[in-house]
Design a protein around this ligand. Structure first.
Ligand SMILES: [Zn+2]
Length: 441
């Protein structure tokens, strides 16, 4: 193969003649000068070969790295010529030129796009010497184009699914009524998770029935019927949607969501006691119950150091509510470890009793919810589903959000979740063609 042709192939371009290649060893930079091949320029309206060169338009483009020469500039002369049929002067179409990001080749865009499936736009910007904002826009464009091709793998096992909401961001409330009205309102994204694959299948904005419906729209009618177990939070809109859409599914409240609920109840107790300690000028309790110290309270004892355990014991001695709260959390977990419904029910009765005696408001509220969803919790006890995947994915999404320093745009956050934790990436969708020409979304 002729070497000029090799370079053309490596750059992922077509129908050009190489006029010059300059390599700058000092800064590992390459410049390739190419001119469009006149014989392969056709009118994009009528398909006639273009004749009578009008002019050559010069463009400087970013192209893919060539071996160790990471910064490659393509100096491109694009033909502007007459179409005899249309009687017009037109710019000869160049499919390998990116339609939206006109300063790069499709090859460069796809190279950057695949990197952005794994790392942040900033990091890719540093690697490729490119503006990170441009790359961010490119990533959005690419994900949007790929959405058209998003399908689930055929052999996927959907007999067990789970739905989970993740926090997206917190918005200030506009037009607040009254001084004590809520200031902030959290916004969520609902993810449909397939635990056996460890992937997010699809998602929808919000945490309403509609959100889950949107997320479930990726499933075919056959797949909806095949769902046997569906793990969710204690959240009526979700449960109703599942009952509507998946007639054969048993709704389980899984351990992950139960643990979240009991931790929330305990945190309410902590907040209240923290406030009391502040009012009573009880410095020890105040310091211990500070929000950033919360981890000592929620960490399992075996993971704490000796000094931390000592502090914890002291706190338990002086603050009865916290002590009771911690015992209630502990007992709650042991209750979920029960193997049979009978044993679980027995433990639950004891738990109800202890909560009633403790008079802790947050836990009393929790018992009401538990009572309401008892059947669904028992479905979990018999199913023995594990929740490692849901926890892992949730963690991954949190890291993702942090890495992007939070997301302002709901759609981009949702797409990113699908890209990193689902099937919206080149491992699931073949995007090899994108190297040579980019479809419009
Ligand atoms: Zn024409």
């Amino acid at each position: 193969m002729d070497f000029k042709n090799v370079i053309i192939q490596l750059l992922g371009i077509q129908d050009v003649i190489i006029e010059d290649v300059k390599l700058f060893k000092k800064d590992l930079r390459a410049e390739v000068v190419v001119r469009q091949k006149r014989s392969s320029c056709y009118c994009n309206k009528c398909g006639l070969q273009l004749s009578h060169v009008h002019e050559w338009i010069f463009k400087e483009l970013k192209a893919v790295p060539l071996g160790i020469y990471s910064k490659v500039t393509l100096k491109y002369y694009q033909l502007r010529a007459t179409c005899d049929d249309c009687q017009k002067v037109i710019l000869a179409p160049t499919p390998w030129l990116h339609p939206e990001f006109t300063s790069m080749t499709c090859g460069f865009a796809e190279h950057a796009g695949r990197l952005m499936e794994e790392i942040t736009c900033e990091a890719v910007g540093r690697i490729l010497g490119c503006n990170s904002k441009t790359l961010w826009n490119l990533d959005q464009y690419r994900m949007e184009s790929m959405m058209k091709y998003l399908t689930l793998p055929k052999e996927i096992d959907v007999s067990y699914l789970s739905a989970d909401e993740v926090h997206f961001k917190t918005d200030p409330v506009e037009n607040r009524k009254g001084l004590f009205a809520k200031r902030w309102t959290p916004r969520f994204i609902t993810n449909l998770v397939c635990p056996s694959e460890g992937k997010v299948l699809f998602n929808g904005p919000g945490r309403s029935a509609k959100s889950l419906e949107t997320a479930m729209s990726i499933l075919s009618p056959g797949q909806l019927l095949a769902v046997e177990r569906f793990a969710v939070d204690m959240h009526d809109p979700f449960i109703l949607t599942i009952k509507n859409k998946c007639p054969n599914a048993q709704v389980c409240i899984d351990r992950f969501h139960l643990a979240q609920a009991v931790n929330r109840a305990f945190d309410k107790v902590r907040k209240f006691e923290f406030k009391m300690a502040k009012e009573n000028k009880d410095n020890f309790c105040r310091d211990m119950l500070e929000p950033h110290r919360r981890f000592i309270l929620v960490t399992r004892e075996k993971d704490l150091s000796k000094a931390e355990l000592k502090l914890l014991d002291k706190l338990r001695n002086v603050n009865k509510s916290i002590h009771t709260g911690m015992l209630l959390v502990e007992y709650f977990h042991s209750m979920l470890n029960k193997k049979t419904i009978k044993a679980f029910r027995k433990a639950l009765m004891t738990w109800y009793l202890v909560v009633r005696e403790s008079k802790l408001k947050a836990f009393l509220e929790l018992t009401k919810t538990i009572r309401k969803y008892r059947k669904n919790i028992e479905a979990y006890i018999t199913s023995r589903l594990t929740t490692g995947v849901a926890e892992g994915l949730n963690n991954k999404i949190k890291v993702l959000k942090r890495m992007g320093y939070g997301y302002a745009n709901e759609t981009s956050f949702m797409r990113k979740i699908l890209q990193r934790c689902g099937y919206l990436n080149h491992l699931s969708i073949n995007t090899d063609e994108f190297y040579f020409s980019m479809p419009n979304p």
